[in-house]
Design a protein around this ligand. Structure first.
Ligand SMILES: Cc1cc2nc3c(=O)[nH]c(=O)nc-3n(C[C@H](O)[C@H](O)[C@H](O)COP(=O)(O)O)c2cc1C
Length: 200
């Protein structure tokens, strides 16, 4: 099943996809970047622990140049053209600060949810995000001075989709047009018994 068969889904989700053809002339305005980070910041979290943080580099700045060096080979083919590269972090232990928040077992869940909010806000601004795990996590943690009680988790490319045209790399464009597929709902939504499909 693809999202094309779900006209009732909000367009912010129906038309979302992890694109690879970014417009490398688009500049992410400060106001838009701030709004994306606010969307993440206002996410729910266990006990309001807010166990997330973000590193941000915008195409053309020193942080971005450093981030690009750490991308996996596959992600180097598309991610640098996005307007910004963000890296998400979540807390994995209670910090040494006197007023440190106690580590929450739900920190990874909370970070994922905050990035989902960021993605929906990006869609509302006409922007596209593509999350990725393919980069050197340890090298980034060292380069960015990440304390040991935080874990670098995912990269998030943010930018404007390049309209269809000859400027877009043909291979990347083809990947951007493949149908998005998912497991059937019956394989992931159950009634009271795990594995027993929910009747809808
Ligand atoms: C945690 C995570 C790691 C991912 N890592 C990569 C990656 O390294 N490279 C890549 O091209 N896409 C990566 N993706 C994107 C997924 O491949 C993509 O979300 C999935 O295929 C579904 O496609 P859609 O987002 O367009 O619906 C990652 C997504 C997530 C959430």
């Amino acid at each position: 099943m693809t999202t094309e068969t779900l006209p009732a889904l909000t367009p912010l989700l129906r038309e979302r996809r992890s694109i690879r053809t970014y417009d490398d002339t688009h500049v992410l305005a400060d106001a838009d970047l701030r709004l994306l980070l606010e969307a993440a910041r206002w996410s729910a979290s266990a006990g309001n622990s807010q166990p997330w943080a973000f590193l941000v580099g915008r195409r053309g700045d020193a942080a971005h140049r450093g981030f690009v060096e750490l991308l996996s080979r596959g992600n180097t083919s598309w991610a640098p053209r996005a307007s910004a590269l963000l890296f998400s972090l979540h807390q994995v232990a209670t910090g040494p600060e006197e007023d440190a928040l106690t580590y929450s077992d739900y920190a990874a869940y909370d970070l994922g949810q905050s990035v989902a909010q960021l993605g929906v806000q990006a869609a509302a601004l006409g922007l596209s995000i593509h999350q990725f795990a393919g980069f050197d996590h340890d090298a980034l943690a060292a380069a960015a001075g990440v304390p040991p009680h935080w874990r670098v988790t995912t990269g998030i490319a943010v930018g404007l989709a390049l309209p269809d045209g000859p400027e877009a790399d043909a291979l990347l464009r083809e990947r951007d047009h493949r149908p998005r597929v998912r497991k059937p709902l019956a394989e992931v939504a159950y009634g009271g018994t795990f594995g027993a499909a929910l009747e809808l």
